[in-house]
Design a protein around this ligand. Sequence first.
Ligand code: GDP
Length: 218
Amino acid sequence: SLLWQARFFTTVNHLRDLPKTQVPEIAFAGRSNAGKSTAINILCNQKKLAFASKTPGRTQHINYFSIGGAHVGQHRKDETRVDEIRALLVDLPGYGYAEVSGSAKLHWQELLGDYVQRREQLAALILIVDSRRPFTELDIQMLEWFAPTGKPIHCLLTKSDKLNRNDSANALRTARTILSSYVDENGQPFPFTAQLFSSLKRSGLDEATDKIIDLLGL
Ligand code: GDP
């Protein structure tokens, strides 16, 4: 898969520092511990591309990974041929940790909200949600921030290995019902989709990969 080419590109702490690239990017968002880092690593067929924060909720930065470009070494952005990059994968800070202070929450709101609403290069959002607890308050916040852009959201209902067939089918049906309830002013549903996913069982991997490649126009 093209996603296997992903290499670390850059880390951003403030929106003013977002890369001035023109290629399409796709962003991964989700509640802390939903399985975002694991999903990114599985999709990119790498062990440590994205890593979970040791102090949950403290990492308020955005990590960029590049697809394409001649990478001489790993994890060395100065060796990436920026002009040859075809797409970017964006690992957004995880949200939803209760211990996070008020000012950190504000920073999160500003960084994530502004990024998803204003980043023109952003083609679509991959929303990582735990299949056992779909759509927490902050997931809904993400849906509501993003809906007005008219851009697609694809939800990975992760850890589906923890549910039996019946419960996972129900989780998927419920998620799709919730997603289809978001309609624009003409009553048209937003392009929101969902699938089951398990990093542990590697199930849903082909479907997710095809979707991401398609959303990036690769
Ligand atoms: P993040 O905070 O969203 O990046 O979450 P992580 O990727 O660090 O995953 C949180 C925890 O869930 C870790 O202990 C993972 O091993 C576990 N996990 C992630 N994906 C799966 C999955 O598909 N199945 C199961 N059973 N556990 C998973």
